[in-house]
Every structure is written in structure tokens, then in C-alpha cells.
Design a protein around this ligand. Structure first.
Ligand SMILES: Cc1cc2nc3c(=O)[nH]c(=O)nc-3n(C[C@H](O)[C@H](O)[C@H](O)COP(=O)(O)OP(=O)(O)OC[C@H]3O[C@@H](n4cnc5c(N)ncnc54)[C@H](O)[C@@H]3O)c2cc1C
Length: 493
């Protein structure tokens, strides 16, 4: 039996572990934290349950495929609950849209902003569906991109759909009103990218949501992590939590094992699900590397970070949906401050996740469990989060109570815990606190992205947000498919 060590138990690591274990490899997961899940970690305290990161479930068929890869049925482990609206988006002028996949509902709301935008909706969705076909149906998203040859094979599709242009540039061709332009271009932010320089392939997300829906599961996103862990263990997989890997052992240019506090353990193959920069900067001795030496790793562009406040309130807030976005007046300016200028601006746009709107068991009776997520620059910014943490929290709570209008919010807070970009670095080993890994720009996509098979070390593979196709739950589940294909080709059972 071929033995595989997977370092990290994010969605990508877990999905690959399930897939390989199902194929007959003997897989051991090493996880630094007490529980598996990575960004999808769960915080459970004082009667409140929070998903700490991902909250929107989309592309359910990609999730179901992971269960199927071991002959399991997802339905036996959990049910999906459909959400409608998918999210409510509040603009700075207090207008809002309840965004969903219903063409008529969307068009009648868009018409209030601009009549031509309502007419452009079908055309945009047709465009989005073409991109969806390329990435999801034709599985470009899980094809290994290892050379320029692979890139040139995909190039005609990229050129014919103008996918090399930024999301915002393409959306501007379709829509006139600032609100419509935001609604259909912001999705790269879900995966750590700027709408102003992420390639338009990510404009497949509106169609992906329309055709596949947005979902939740009872108990939250973590129940999906628990189900995958259960399947993995049922098929014989081993999980070692609270076991950080300190070194990938390399002999004669080949990965042969891992070193932890418990000593060295040998494996036929090693896969890293950790942040790309952590893998190459911290886990491998520099003299074992050619392409990904520190200087080259440092030159890559890394995704944004974010501020998160997990809040339990004694009162419920009907103005909030399960998913709610509250936006600043500035769009490009704010995005530039986050990605380019790397400053913590005076204004912010935020995303609120309120799972108690769908599953009341996630808070004590009559209470609300919610998190506030605010995109921020990564730690390249000159911000001392030890100082800024409390000041920023006060600004956020004051804004929500006084400007947005959540009545008596601060009086009703029963639970509050904050997670900052510093925590992404210290808790999850995210270089620069960049929570979505390598930023998804055109020149950091496909074969320009760190490869799923290491370019430097034989028998070392990568999986997760920094590899092809990229971040987001559907994205990292596809990285697991990509890496699985490579391992099966290189090391057949
Ligand atoms: C706040 C937030 C909200 C998000 N919301 C959504 C959403 O709603 N929908 C969506 O689709 N996507 C969302 N995303 C993106 C998505 O969650 C991530 O892209 C995805 O979960 C990352 O998975 P991964 O496989 O790359 O691993 P990660 O989740 O990054 O996990 C890596 C794991 O490796 C472990 N590790 C690190 N170093 C070591 C080491 N040396 N030894 C052992 N273990 C180690 C870490 O502890 C961690 O558990 C969100 C992300 C964030 C941060």
C-alpha cells in the first residue's frame, strides 16, 4: 500500500485525503489545530456556534463528488437547505437588492436601478454560463496546468470569452448603474481577489449560483467538515490533530516523510495543504529548492486578509438576512486601498453571516449568532493589529448600531470574539495573513500558479487555495481533483 502524508486539513486537504483513501492509498493527515477544518474551523462557546470562515455553500455537485469517490452518498451524512435570497446587498444610500437566481425577480429589482440593466441581465447570464461551461462542465478547473503547452491549449477559450480582461471591465460592458456593476463583479472577493484585476473566468460564479443555488446545512459549514472527516476515518484514514509539521524530509531530491514534535515519520508521498509560502519558506530547507526559493516566493502577489468579529446577541435583527453585504460608497477606491495601497481605510464594506436565520440551534433561544467579515490589506500594510483590534471593533460596532441602524446592538452583545490578520498568520500559518493564499490575478492563474505537483521536489504535491484552480470551497475541492489525478498518474496503485 502506498503511504501518503497530508499536511493540513482544510477543505482541500480533507477532500484529497478522502479521494486517495478511497482509491487504496494509506493516508495520514497532520493538522496543527485541535480540530480539522482549516478556515472552516468552528467556534462553539456560551451556547453560540459560529463557522469561522466559509459560510456559503455552492456547487453542491462538486462536494457530492468527494463523497461519491469512496462510494458514499452525501445524503446519508447531511442535507442541504436552499437559501432565498442568496444574499441581501445594502448600498451606501440604503437601497438594497435581494440577490437570487430567479431571472424575473432579479430583472424587476434591477429595473428600479436602471431599465437597460434589467434588459442586460439575460445577456450577462449567457456570458457567465459560457465561462461556467469552460471551468466547471469541461473541468478546466481540475485539469493540471504544468507547462505553457497546457496554457496554450486553453488559450483559445480564454481569448474568445475575453477572460483575460478583469471582471469589472467586462461587467461594465453589460451594466450602467453602479449597483448592477457591483452586484455582478464583486465575486472575486469571495476568493481573495480584486474585481479590478482578477480574470473574467471568475464571472462564471453568478451563473454557478443561479444554476446550482446557494445552500446551508444544519449545524453550519462545519457539519460538512465533520462529514468528510467521518468518511475518511470510516475508510481507514488516520488524523493526527495538534500535530504541526515542522519539516518535510527530503532525501536525494525526493520527499520521504515529515518531522513533527513526535519525531520523523516516513511516507511514499507528501502533500502540503498549507499556505504556499509556508510550505516553501518554512517547511523545506532552502538548499533543496530551485524555483521556489524565498526571493521568488516573496515576489508573488498574495491575497487580502480580513477582520472578523464573532458576535452573539440577546436580540434578533430582522433587517439582516442569512447573508448580508453592507457597502461603502467607495468601490474601486476601497479595493485599491486593500490590494494596492495597503492601508486600513476610514470606510469599510462588510459581509455579515447570520446562520440563526436558517438554523436557530446555533444560538440560545431568541438570540442571534453572527459574524462580521471586513476585507483588509494583508500584513504588508503598516497596521499593528494588537493596537488596532479594539479600536477597529469599536468603529465596526458603532457603525452597525448608529449608521446602519441595528438598534441597541452594543447593549445586547452577549458574546464577542475577534480574529485579525495577525491571527491568520499565527493560527493558520498564512504568510502575511493572506487568508486566501496566492492572489488570483491573470498571471498567477493556471500554470502561472504554484503547481499541484511540486516543481522542486519529487513526490511532493500541493493542494488547496494557492494551487490550481484556487480558493473558495468549490475551488479547493477542484484542487483536490487536480492533485489526485497527478498522484494517480505518477504513483498508480
Ligand atoms: C473568512 C473567510 C470566509 C470565507 N468564506 C467562503 C465562503 O463563504 N464560501 C467559499 O466557498 N469559500 C469561502 N472562503 C474561502 C475558503 O474557505 C478557503 O479557500 C478554503 O476553505 C481553503 O481551504 P484549503 O484547503 O486551502 O485549506 P485551509 O483552510 O487554508 O487549511 C489549511 C490547514 O493547514 C493547517 N496547517 C498550516 N500549517 C501547518 C503545519 N505546518 N502543520 C500542520 N498543519 C498546518 C492549518 O491549521 C489549516 O487547518 C472563505 C475564507 C475565509 C478566510
Amino acid at each position: 500500500m502506498k503511504t501518503v502524508a497530508i499536511i493540513g486539513s482544510g477543505f482541500g486537504g480533507l477532500a484529497l485525503a478522502v479521494r486517495l483513501q478511497g482509491r487504496g492509498y494509506k493516508v495520514t493527515i497532520y493538522e496543527k489545530q485541535e480540530k480539522v477544518g482549516g478556515h472552516a474551523y468552528q467556534l462553539k462557546k456560551d451556547g453560540y456556534t459560529f463557522d469561522m470562515g466559509p459560510s456559503l455553500i455552492t456547487a453542491t455537485e462538486i462536494i457530492d463528488d468527494v463523497f461519491k469517490s469512496t462510494g458514499e452518498e452525501r445524503e446519508k451524512y447531511l442535507e442541504y437547505i436552499p437559501l432565498d435570497p442568496y444574499y441581501r446587498i445594502y448600498f451606501h444610500d440604503k437601497t438594497f437588492i435581494d440577490y437570487n437566481g430567479d431571472s424575473d425577480a432579479m430583472k424587476s429589482q434591477l429595473a428600479k436601478f436602471n431599465k437597460d440593466d434589467a434588459k442586460a441581465y439575460d445577456k450577462f447570464m449567457e456570458y457567465s454560463s459560457k465561462l461556467y461551461k469552460i471551468v466547471i462542465s469541461d473541468r478546466m478547473g481540475s485539469q493540471p496546468f504544468l507547462s505553457m503547452k497546457d496554457f496554450f491549449k486553453a488559450a483559445p477559450k480564454i481569448i474568445s470569452t475575453k477572460s483575460m480582461l478583469s471582471c469589472y471591465t467586462n461587467v461594465k460592458f453589460f451594466f450602467k448603474d453602479f449597483r448592477s456593476r457591483f452586484i455582478f463583479s464583486f465575486h472575486p472577493l469571495f476568493i481573495g481577489g480584486s474585481p479590478f484585476n482578477s480574470p473574467s473566468l471568475y464571472l462564471m460564479i453568478p451563473y454557478l449560483e443561479k444554476v446550482g443555488g446557494v445552500w446551508f446545512t444544519e449545524g453550519g459549514m462545519y457539519s460538512l467538515i465533520e462529514a468528510l472527516e467521518k468518511v475518511f476515518k470510516k475508510h481507514g484514514g488516520i488524523v493526527k490533530t495538534s500535530t504541526e509539521v515542522h519539516r518535510i524530509i527530503i532525501e536525494d531530491g525526493k520527499a520521504v516523510g515529515v518531522k513533527t514534535k513526535n519525531g520523523e515519520e516516513k511516507f511514499d508521498l507528501v502533500v502540503s495543504n498549507t499556505h504556499f509560502a509556508h510550505t516553501y519558506k518554512d517547511l523545506i530547507e532552502q538548499d533543496k529548492l530551485t524555483k521556489w526559493k524565498k526571493d521568488n516566493v516573496n515576489k508573488m502577489k498574495y491575497s487580502m486578509s480580513c477582520y472578523l468579529a464573532y458576535i452573539g446577541t440577546k436580540k434578533q435583527y430582522p433587517e439582516l438576512m442569512h447573508h448580508t453585504l453592507i457597502l461603502s460608497e467607495r468601490y474601486k477606491g476601497l479595493i485599491d486601498d486593500i490590494f494596492e495601497n495597503k492601508i486600513l481605510a476610514d470606510d469599510f464594506s462588510m459581509y455579515l453571516h447570520v446562520p440563526t436565520k436558517t438554523d436557530s440551534s446555533m444560538a440560545p433561544e431568541g438570540c442571534e449568532s453572527m459574524y462580521v467579515l471586513i476585507p483588509t490589506p494583508n500584513l504588508k500594510a503598516d497596521v499593528d493589529w494588537k493596537v488596532e483590534k479594539d479600536r477597529f471593533t469599536r468603529r465596526v460596532l458603532n457603525f452597525l448600531e448608529n449608521d446602519f441602524g441595528m438598534k441597541d446592538l452594543q447593549k445586547n452583545i452577549d458574546f464577542l470574539e475577534v480574529f485579525t490578520p495577525m491571527d491568520f498568520l499565527s493560527e493558520r500559518n498564512n504568510y502575511l495573513g493572506s487568508a486566501w493564499g496566492v492572489q488570483p490575478t491573470l498571471f498567477q492563474s493556471a500554470n502561472f500558479r504554484p503547481h499541484n505537483r511540486s516543481e522542486d521536489v519529487e513526490n511532493l504535491y500541493l493542494v488547496g487555495a494557492s494551487t490550481h484552480p484556487g480558493a473558495g470551497v468549490p475551488g479547493v475541492l477542484l484542487t483536490a481533483e487536480t492533485t489526485e489525478k497527478l498522484i494517480m498518474k505518477d504513483h498508480p496503485i
